[in-house]
Design a protein around this ligand. Structure first.
Ligand code: NAP
Length: 286
């Protein structure tokens, strides 16, 4: 199986690693807009060779793992030149834009829209890790628009990676993911900003951070190059989540002002239900 990976960072790199490890017949060719990243991927050994874009013509599977704003034109250009029986899938964190943009592409049946709910706050080839996808969910959108034989090829790869499949419509995906992922990132970035602006002494932040601050601000280490296009693509949903979050923060502040600590206790006790909801999940997802 000839696999061509475009975008050799955390997500594409980790996928290449696991595909090579689970399928001894897989030959993985890599391509990236960043020349250094291609050389790093080769040295790290998760691609067998560096390719040029036109090599997708010879691929059985093409994985597009670039920021969501670049993914639309990259997938479209790939579909323009691949063989009739090549599977092309993206891994982008938003789904409505790409599904809409490719709706009328003559090779739409070669494309599968996916979002693996797995990741870390790190980026680039060095961030790629083995088993990133084990026991994680892969959200598939508009599966019926992909040729059945190519769906089967994709599911065989996801199965080898240890992923569960969940089907969703692109709009529903973007609405749900705005709450559980996009809002978490904004909240983490703005918490980091608030503390950095107030605590000018970096040593104090480091010494007093403790596990609470460190774990809550983890996502603020994430790449702006990846996240600003996500917020742009999911603007309406993200703004709605922000309105609700800001209203909750304002309510909390008001209860503080009114010395209503009984109500604050109740707010927190009700939210403790999150322990049950997330039981058994290792929270390393994006
Ligand atoms: P990443 O580590 O930054 O890797 C992306 C790679 O693509 C970088 O090497 C980047 O080079 C390169 N690139 C950018 N534009 C390109 C283009 N037009 N053509 C070819 N290569 C290009 O990012 P990532 O975390 O792997 O994310 C990739 C995709 O996965 C995104 O769509 C993201 O939404 C999705 N995703 C991410 C996570 C997560 O937790 N990180 C989880 C699920 C899905 P430069 O660095 O030089 O720009």
């Amino acid at each position: 199986m000839k696999v061509f990976v475009i975008g050799l960072g955390l997500i594409g790199g980790s996928m290449a690693m696991d595909i090579k490890a689970t399928n001894k017949n897989a030959k993985v060719v890599g391509f990236d807009a960043n020349e250094n990243h291609m050389q790093e991927a080769l040295q790290l050994g998760f691609i067998d060779e560096v390719g040029v874009f036109e090599d997708v013509k010879n691929a059985d599977v093409v994985i597009v793992s670039v920021p969501v704003n670049a993914a639309i034109s990259v997938v479209s250009s790939v579909l323009d030149i691949v063989k009739d029986d090549t599977l092309v899938f993206d891994v982008g964190s938003t789904k409505a834009h790409i599904c809409n943009a490719l709706e009328n592409h003559p090779k739409r049946r070669n494309f599968l829209a996916t979002h693996p709910i797995a990741g870390t706050e790190f980026s680039g080839p060095k961030a790629a890790i083995r088993n990133l996808y084990a026991d994680k969910t892969n959200i598939i959108c508009e599966v019926e628009k992909t040729a059945f034989k190519l769906q089967e090829r994709a599911f065989s790869i996801f199965n080898d990676l240890g992923m569960r499949i969940r089907y969703m419509e692109p709009k529903a995906h973007d609405r749900h993911i705005a709450y559980v992922s996009h809002l978490s990132h904004i909240s983490s970035f703005m918490l980091g900003k608030t503390v950095i602006e107030k605590e000018k002494n970096e040593r104090d932040i480091f010494d007093m951070a403790g596990s609470g601050f460190e774990s809550t601000v983890r996502l603020a280490k994430s790449s702006p190059a990846m996240w600003s296009p996500i917020f742009e693509h999911n603007k309406e949903n993200v703004m709605e989540t922000l309105d609700e979050y800001i209203a909750n923060l304002q309510k909390f502040r008001q209860l503080m002002e009114e010395d209503n600590f009984e109500a604050i206790y109740q707010e927190m006790a009700a939210t403790n239900r999150i322990k049950e909801i997330l039981k058994g999940i290792s929270i390393k997802t994006s």
